[in-house]
Design a protein around this ligand. Structure first.
Ligand SMILES: O=C(O)CCC(=O)C(=O)O
Ligand SMILES: [Fe+2]
Length: 304
């Protein structure tokens, strides 16, 4: 499969692949020791969590979220420079600032069926083609193979309209060794594969979203304010303790980052900072046209 890069590949090549095909795979971005530590950090939660009860979430799949507070390695992955470079390139065309959309384990047990193919941007009521809205990462905690449920994905489908559904030959499986990351934009058609192996396919998903959209997972309720204050500043901002645009997301006319860190004080409000006003001026404007059709698009396609 193309679009496969070593972890130290030139950022521009990775971004070009994502723009062209909607995805890229970076191999072995975290090493074996980090993968082992990640697993150890998440194991208590994995042990406690139950498999899903709905088709979309998988009847043999364990899922849980709120990973920022649960795992130091997940926080490290969240800030992976190669991933943030892609998010900067793809998302900052459409927003002054982006933040975390979702964090979660996707642990597919043997016997899991292929998930229905979908676009993650189905969360919001838009038609396609549309801008990416999210950049998603799927980190391989176990190896990902075609047999064990490696994420299925349709290269180029980020440019398709809603009427186009993939032919079986257009669907690929993201095969990658543990420690690798699949990066894809939210408008790419994809879904979990079927696990026909005898061991779990273990993935960690970390998604990023335009700063003017509501986050899929409410980051601020995943931990106490005290815990959030102990997070690295970049993590705090990505969680949403920041303005999403020059005057978006304030609390009592104060910047959430300053409130969180006790810096808001009694001085007049500090919202509408110049750097965000400048960033907004460069953002591409979207034309919104209401469509007559309702409902969300789920793409049924035979698993390969
Ligand atoms: O498990 C996977 O490989 C992908 C899951 C997915 O796309 C989702 O749950 O939105
Ligand atoms: Fe998805």
């Amino acid at each position: 499969m193309e679009n496969r890069f070593p972890a130290d590949a030139p950022t521009d090549d990775i971004i070009a692949a994502v723009r062209r095909d909607g995805y890229a795979i970076l191999e072995r971005v975290i090493d074996e020791t980090q993968v082992a530590k990640l697993k150890a950090e998440l194991q208590p939660y994995l042990t406690q969590s139950e498999v899903g009860t709905e088709d979309f979430w998988g009847h043999h799949t364990k899922r849980f979220g709120a990973l920022i507070g649960k795992s130091e390695i997940a926080r490290h992955m969240l800030l992976a420079p190669q991933v943030l470079a892609v998010a900067d390139a793809v998302l900052l065309e459409h927003c002054a600032r982006y933040w975390v959309n979702y964090t979660g384990v996707m642990h597919l047990g043997p016997g899991e069926k292929a998930q229905v193919l979908h676009r993650d941007t189905n969360l919001w009521p838009i038609t396609n083609p549309a801008p990416p809205l999210t950049v998603a990462t799927m980190w391989a905690v176990s190896d990902f193979t075609k047999d064990n449920g490696g994420t299925r994905l349709v290269p180029g489908s980020h440019l398709w309209d809603d009427a186009r559904t993939p032919e079986p030959g257009e669907i690929i499986s993201a095969e990658m060794p543990a420690g690798s990351v699949l990066i894809y934009t939210g408008n790419v058609i994809h879904g979990g594969g079927s696990n026909r192996a005898n061991a779990p396919r273990y993935g960690v998903a970390l998604h990023y979203v335009l700063g003017w959209l509501r986050q899929e997972e409410n980051q601020m309720l995943t931990m106490t304010r005290e815990e959030a204050r102990a997070m690295p500043e970049e993590v705090q901002r990505l969680m949403g303790y920041s303005l999403g645009a020059s005057a978006l997301g304030f609390a009592d006319h104060r910047d959430p980052f300053e409130i969180l860190n006790g810096q808001a004080g009694d001085a007049p409000a500090t919202i509408s900072p110049q750097d965000l006003i400048d960033a907004e001026a460069k953002v591409k404007r979207l034309t919104v046209v209401a469509s007559a059709e309702g409902g969300r698009t789920r793409i049924e396609a035979e698993p390969t």
